[in-house]
Design a protein. Structure first.
Length: 202
């Protein structure tokens, strides 16, 4: 009986000790959305990828091979474990944020260099990416105190464009409408004194 009790106590302690573990992502099956983790020499069975969802959205975040993960294993059985967190490591380091900014900075960083950063002190959200950005929506409404756009080329393609402003100012080398110069250098032919109407600009 003492041996049985001792064995049971050891087993209980083993299960409790293995309830929360740190492991490494070893293999990934993208087709089935499953992974295998390794802790020491122990390799788990194929486990489901972690889920992140609410009542209003679902977010797919793929695991990274070699990443350290925190797992919760029911009764210490690694083959029933699920991911509850992730850890930085020497192989997969945290994004480079200055020490003074770390308490007030939220940063999402992608491998291609794209960043979405929120600075709580400046109250500023910055998106920096070498990629294209495409937005498709039923209606798009943008309201701001000031809007500034800077680009090599800006193209507007619409059936109708309506501008309502108290003052409109253009500054450019040329200004054309349907190929006709209507800028500051345009000229009118057929100029006569009196009430005659001039020709169209050219």
């Amino acid at each position: 009986m003492d041996n049985q009790n001792e064995f049971k106590n050891l087993e209980d302690r083993r299960q409790l000790h293995n309830t929360i573990i740190i492991a490494t992502v070893e293999k990934l099956d993208w087709d089935k959305r499953k992974f295998r983790a390794k802790r020491g020499e122990i390799l788990t069975n194929w486990l489901p990828m972690p889920a992140f969802m609410t009542n209003n959205f679902k977010y797919w975040y793929p695991l990274r091979e070699g990443a350290q993960i925190v797992m919760n294993a029911v009764s210490g059985d690694l083959n029933t474990a699920s991911v509850v967190g992730m850890l930085w490591s020497n192989e997969h380091k945290a994004p480079d944020v200055p020490v003074s900014d770390r308490p007030t900075t939220e940063l999402m960083e992608f491998d291609d260099g794209s960043e979405i950063r929120y600075d709580a002190i400046k109250q500023e959200i910055t998106i920096d990416t070498p990629c294209d950005i495409n937005i498709t929506a039923k209606d798009f409404n943008l309201t701001a105190k000031n809007i500034k756009m800077s680009a090599d080329n800006i193209a507007l393609d619409a059936q109708n464009i309506k501008m309502d402003a108290s003052d409109i100012a253009f500054k450019s080398a040329t200004l054309t409408h349907n190929g006709v110069n209507i800028g500051s250098t345009h000229k009118h032919p057929g100029v006569l004194s009196g009430g005659s109407i001039t020709g169209g600009p050219r």
